[in-house]
Design a protein around this ligand. Structure first.
Ligand code: ATP
Ligand code: MG
Length: 205
């Protein structure tokens, strides 16, 4: 078997994972002819320390059950198992070591998150390490966003792709569960069942 060398990495808190994440990953897989997409649930999100986040193990398990039917999707425990706050660049360095210098690494993320990364002090550490696939929704004013962030963006290697208008967010899903509104058809059925079984998001959110 040929060694897989064009890898997509779909990072996220996945609290919970939803069809927006899955569609974005599938679209990147096909448009960039990737060998596989590795879903990478964040262990201890450095940028979400203020908010209550479901345990890494549960977010990891929901990601596994959501992706299990797709042979081109994998889930990695790398960030979940790494102690301390999670930084994407550490993950990319580790993946680079694991897959070797010839692997092409594509970090798949929302366009807004890419602009944020581009303005981080340490964003130059990404140079030569990985490329970015920034996901936008149809109707998103990409030109305005790009020109606003032009200087920061010049340091990163970014391609933009549009995915179908999925206005789904984990924040909205958590609110829906708390308010007993439906999440069916917004997340894979086994994820909805998992949320119900462990009574996630129903109290204290
Ligand atoms: P939250 O509302 O808690 O921030 P989220 O829905 O944005 O959650 P994350 O786990 O933060 O989910 O997102 C992981 C990645 O998926 C991010 O890069 C984000 O931009 C992207 N993403 C989130 N929702 C969608 C969507 N509906 N369509 C495409 N990409 C999405
Ligand atoms: Mg988000």
């Amino acid at each position: 078997m040929r060694t897989k060398s064009r890898l997509g990495i779909m990072g996220g808190t996945f609290d919970p994972i939803h069809f927006g994440h899955l569609v974005a990953a599938e679209e990147a897989l096909v448009q960039f002819n990737l060998d596989k997409v590795i879903f990478m649930p964040t262990g201890h999100p450095a940028r979400k320390t203020e908010q209550q986040v479901t345990s890494a193990e549960q977010r990891y398990l929901m990601t596994v059950i959501a992706t299990s039917s797709n042979p081109d999707f994998e889930v990695s425990r790398m960030e979940v198992d790494r102690p301390g706050l999670t930084y994407t660049v550490d993950t990319m360095v580790e993946l680079r070591e694991q897959y070797g210098p010839h692997a092409e690494l594509y970090f798949i993320t929302g366009a807004d998150a890419v602009f944020e990364i581009a303005t981080w002090k340490e964003s130059e550490r990404f140079e030569g390490l990985c490329r970015f696939i920034a996901v936008t929704r149809p109707g998103y004013d990409l030109e305005a966003a790009v020109s606003e962030n032009a200087q920061a963006l010049s340091r990163l290697d970014i391609d933009f792709i549009e995915v179908p208008a999925l206005a789904i967010s984990s924040t909205d899903l958590r609110a829906r569960v708390a308010e007993r509104r439906p999440i069916r058809y917004l997340v894979p059925e086994p994820v909805a069942a998992y949320i119900q079984k462990y009574r996630l998001y129903s109290e204290g959110y």
